[in-house]
Design a protein around this ligand. Structure first.
Ligand SMILES: O=C(O)CCC(=O)C(=O)O
Length: 276
């Protein structure tokens, strides 16, 4: 039996736009995903973004969209229980997979993850879109655990995609020119926002709406890597919405669906929940 969300957790997801799920995913999966992190750090894919290649400290690294090439990530999205959690949180009959995202900050990484909302970076619209960020190492807010603006998923805002600190120019180019209003400078006006953050143990996860504002500080720890795998999920009311500024991993040329249609393309956005 995989874990489900309890009523308090569901309430938090619906009202706050984020719920912390303690012991969401088993230690075995955490170990397997940490191995994947080590492999990708040694050999990033073409989607890798590496601020300081090879460094043991002050290295902000991400890689994404590996589920079709990496058997371990493929197994994780099908077998770990995250698809069921995503469907339950979104109140959706189905959960389709969008992409996997590995996120690493080695000890002493100064780069913050700037405050942002995910949906403008993705070629979708709809309220039933979420992520599950699984902690693979221990982290506190001081060592780059994620933070959220409580309830911001209900604000009706759509913030323009912007390059992240630490993005290489080549990796950031696609984010330019998207629609939306400028994201407020939350980092410099924190008192004006209802910010919540969670200290995380390996196996804990945060599940959050793609409309919720979120960010993370640098990793101030002197000795502990902060590593996570975020998986991105589409529910029943998600529709395909390719646009300027959206992540180029999947574009119109890769899919059989047209703008405005649900992403019912099993090759690119596999339906993983319900399990068959
Ligand atoms: O891990 C991070 O620093 C950021 C993660 C994030 O923004 C996400 O999963 O959407």
């Amino acid at each position: 039996m995989t874990r489900t969300m309890n009523p308090d957790e569901l309430n938090a997801y619906n009202e706050d736009g984020v719920a912390v799920l303690r012991n969401a995913i088993s230690a075995d999966w955490v170990a397997r995903m940490n191995d994947v992190i080590d492999q990708q750090l040694a050999q990033p894919s073409k989607w890798g973004n590496d601020a300081n290649p090879g460094a043991k400290t002050n290295r902000h690294f991400s890689d994404r969209y590996q589920w079709q090439d990496n058997a371990e990530i493929n197994a994780y999205i099908h077998e770990s229980g995250c698809a069921g959690l995503a469907a339950q949180a979104m109140g959706s009959e189905t959960a389709r997979f969008y992409f996997d995202h590995l996120l690493v900050k080695e000890p002493g990484t100064a780069n913050p993850t700037p405050w942002h909302q995910d949906v403008p970076y993705w070629p979708f619209l709809g309220s039933q879109i979420c992520s599950i960020w699984l902690a693979l190492t221990p982290s506190t807010v001081a060592s780059s655990a994620m933070e959220f603006v409580r309830g911001s998923h209900l604000d009706g805002k759509y913030y323009m995609p912007e390059a992240f600190t630490g993005d290489t120019d080549a990796n950031a180019a696609w984010m330019a020119g998207g629609d939306g209003e400028k994201c407020p400078d939350i980092a410099n006006s924190r008192d004006e926002f209802d910010i919540i953050g969670f200290d995380m143990a390996p196996g804990d996860a945060v599940i959050f709406s793609a409309w919720t504002l979120h960010g993370a500080g640098g990793n101030a720890s002197a000795d502990t890597r902060r590593a996570a795998i975020s998986t991105r999920w589409l529910g029943d009311n998600a529709i395909w919405h390719p646009h300027t500024g959206a992540d180029p991993t999947v574009t119109q040329e890769h899919v059989s669906v047209q703008p405005g249609q649900p992403p019912h393309d099993d090759k690119v956005f596999p339906k993983i929940w319900p399990l068959t």
